[in-house]
Design a protein around this ligand. Structure first.
Ligand SMILES: Nc1ncnc2c1ncn2[C@@H]1O[C@H](COP(=O)(O)OP(=O)(O)OP(=O)(O)O)[C@@H](O)[C@H]1O
Ligand SMILES: O=C(O)[C@H](O)COP(=O)(O)O
Length: 402
């Protein structure tokens, strides 16, 4: 049930601050176009066409990771999607940003710098605290209304997501509306048959947390990606730690090892782990190694192996519902797409109810020649969508509903 105000409730021609989720994969410093731009373009285009003066807030990556970059490229990609010029300012709420906001005319679109470059944005604090930050107070004074379209980030209690609705008129954008409706409906759905969840990606902390809440709803968890390797580590294999400076494993192991160990202890029969892993050999080719043959981790594992896919595919074919959160490997490189593309193809070939979530993961659909309509719902949300499946309220939605 929709309980927030939408763009239908907003009078045309005002100056609005719009929070999008343009968080995207970044390869060698280059931001990759993806479904998030396409979906958010609908909201931005509608606002520009209706004569609003539009400033965009968004984040990219996490401090300390390679994907933590400026939003200048995002502005150009957004411009292509909405067929209009989009300006960019390399400040979020500094004097230059305020100057450029004041200069906006009807139909103009301005992207402000990565919100996570501001101290006030992170870490997670109560909305009431975020509402009192300099970031929120400064920008709130410049706009007539705030629009949150970033459903996929609505599980984060960050200033740009939860602060503004407490101090100004707030509305849901078109993506917020549609994702909220679809994901709430899925959370309320009952299934008679087997429910399977494919769990991978790089955000192990998010997915492990949600697995512990879904253990009654999901019959089989098929593991890959970083979470999969951490589970293998907990099962006694010498993998699941960092061997380079990418910082994907050790921190997340620290934060989750107890949860993983108790998941394995209490729900071993619901969890299927990879039996082989793939890596790049000295000739830059894909090579595979049985998990039981690994004595020491000396390479980065970038995909599950073909034997693993052969174990996962029949489980998917027998399922009544399959949920995907996170890729089983670094599918952006075709050599390491076997697990992710294979699992998605198995889902597309089966007439089960399916949801593919994750801003990065859903990109694999078109990259490997599948169509969106072969799946029940393709969500651009990752963490927010799996939390919604547990029936949890999303703080960013909750403040819009207040
Ligand atoms: N073994 C691996 N090593 C490195 N990267 C991996 C590995 N397995 C999966 N990935 C990466 O995981 C990413 C997808 O998962 P991630 O957790 O980042 O996001 P998501 O679930 O798609 O979405 P969201 O960011 O919306 O939560 C892909 O870009 C893929 O390259
Ligand atoms: O990609 C996402 O899921 C959202 O943009 C949130 O990003 P985060 O997991 O880095 O907070």
């Amino acid at each position: 049930m929709m309980t927030f105000q939408t763009l239908d409730d907003l009078d045309d021609g005002q100056r609005v601050l719009v929070r999008l989720d343009l968080n995207s994969p970044v390869e060698d410093g280059t931001v990759q176009d993806n479904r998030r731009f396409d979906r958010h373009a609908e909201t931005v285009k509608e606002l520009a066409d209706r004569g609003f003066e539009v400033a965009v807030l968004a984040h990219q990556g996490r401090p300390g990771r390679d994907d933590f970059v400026s939003l200048d490229q995002h502005a150009d990609i957004l411009a292509d999607h909405i067929d209009r010029d989009v300006d960019f300012v390399d400040e979020t709420y500094g004097p230059q940003a305020i100057h450029d906001i004041a200069d906006l005319d009807s139909g103009d679109v301005l992207v402000l710098e990565n919100t996570r470059m501001c101290d006030d944005e992170l870490p997670e604090e109560d909305p009431e605290v975020k509402a009192q930050t300099e970031f929120v107070k400064t920008l709130a004074g410049e706009f007539d209304a705030y629009i949150n379209d970033a459903y996929s980030a609505a599980h984060r209690s960050h200033a740009s997501l939860v602060g503004f609705p407490l101090v100004m008129d707030a509305y849901a954008g078109r993506v917020m509306e549609t994702e909220y409706e679809a994901n709430t409906a899925i959370a309320e759905k009952e299934f008679d048959g087997q429910v399977t969840m494919v769990v991978g990606g790089t955000k192990a902390t998010d997915v492990i947390d949600v697995m512990t809440h879904l253990d009654e709803k999901v019959d089989d968890f098929l593991l890959g990606g970083i979470a999969g390797e951490l589970f293998l580590r907990a099962a006694g294999h010498p993998v699941g730690y960092d061997i380079d400076d990418a910082n994907l494993y050790d921190e997340q192991w620290e934060a989750n090892s107890e949860k993983i160990e108790s998941m394995l202890e209490d729900h071993r029969d619901q969890i299927t782990l990879a039996v082989d892993l793939a890596y790049e050999d000295e000739n830059d080719d894909r090579a595979e190694q049985a998990v039981d043959d690994i004595d020491e981790k000396s390479v980065s594992y970038l995909d599950v192996g073909s034997e693993t896919l052969m174990e996962y595919s029949p489980i998917i074919r027998e399922s009544e519902a399959v949920f995907v959160k996170g890729a089983l490997g670094m599918f952006e490189d075709e050599r390491f797409s076997v697990g992710t593309a294979g699992v998605l193809e198995a889902i597309a070939d089966t007439d089960c109810f399916s949801v593919v979530g994750g801003g990065d993961t859903s990109r694999a659909i078109e990259m490997y020649g599948m169509e969106e309509d072969e799946f029940g719902h393709v969500s651009i949300a990752g963490g927010a969508y799996i939390r919604a499946l547990t029936g949890a309220q999303l703080v960013g939605v909750e403040v819009l509903q207040r």
